[in-house]
Write a protein that binds this ligand. Sequence first.
Ligand code: ZN
Length: 107
Amino acid sequence: MSYNNKQFLIIQMIWIGISIGISLTISMLVPFPFSLVAIIGIFILLNFYMRKRMMSRMAGGRGVGMFGSMSSMFEDNSLNYYCMTCGTKHKEAACPNCGSKMKRVGS
Ligand SMILES: [Zn+2]
């Protein structure tokens, strides 16, 4: 357990280092107001990428800490999609029953 925590901390430190490096590079290359926008954008992307990586690493994937609940928030959507033409409940891009791409959201 302590090994995993240590490993997690090291990974976090590496990511902080990478983040600082990226922000410094951007602030040198791009003028101020744009650099801030770029840095925020990259941070959001990095965060998203990190979560995806961590989720795929975790056995089971969901229900584990903050990342698990975040992932289940997106995966276990209580929303259902119904075909607007024939009313079939589906999650495909097109209706498996009639092939219509028109769908409505229901719960
Ligand atoms: Zn249909």
